[in-house]
Ligand binder design. Structure first.
Ligand code: HEM
Length: 157
């Protein structure tokens, strides 16, 4: 089986990873899964925040009161990541800025796992049988890489 590069993994020039071709089939699968969820407008974010504040009510005070606007921002950020899967350098720049801003909001590295878990649960709830577990696992890995890039940038503020 040929080795392929994950769309969220960044290859720096000269890095052996830069010679590994992008996994375009994975890009298509991740996009397809996201489109199913995105067909429900901001629902992913709305379900996610409802779950987050149910399991971790102490985090509510960190967020603005207007959850509609907050939901739109989260979805816009995910839209941009998906749009830029073919351009990981654009993603790393945006995710680094986002990660640095999150450190400013008081977000700690350990907060990311709960966010990943709840985003996946929310995708499962919205997509139902249309999204098999294998596709959710792919999104879990993508969100872990997205989070790792945000966390890495936050430590170099
Ligand atoms: C997949 C990872 C994440 C993404 C894509 C994401 C995305 C966003 C975006 C786009 C915003 C709008 C503000 C901005 O652009 O700076 C935001 C705000 C915020 N995020 Fe995240 N986020 C992620 C993870 C987290 C985690 C782990 C936490 C911890 C609980 C968190 C807490 C917050 C808070 C508190 C705000 C509100 C800041 C404010 O307006 O005062 N986020 N997030």
């Amino acid at each position: 089986m040929a080795v392929k590069r994950h769309p969220v993994a960044v290859a720096i020039a000269g890095d052996p990873l830069s010679r590994v071709p992008l996994d375009t089939e994975l890009v298509e699968r991740l996009r397809g899964t996201y489109e199913i969820v995105r067909g429900h407008d901001l629902r992913l974010a709305e379900v996610f925040y409802a779950r987050l504040f149910s399991v971790a009510p102490h985090l509510r005070a960190m967020f603005p009161s207007d959850l509609k606007a907050q939901s739109a921002k989260l979805i816009a950020a995910l839209d941009a990541v998906v749009r830029n899967f073919q351009d990981p350098h654009a993603n790393i720049a945006a995710l680094s800025d986002l990660g640095r801003r999150h450190a400013g909001y008081g977000v700690k590295p350990e907060h990311y796992q709960i966010v990943i878990d709840l985003l996946i649960e929310s995708m499962r709830e919205i997509g139902g049988a249309a999204i098999p577990e294998s596709r959710l696992s792919e999104w879990r890995s993508a969100l872990r890489l997205i989070s790792d890039q945000m966390i890495a940038a936050a430590s170099t503020r």
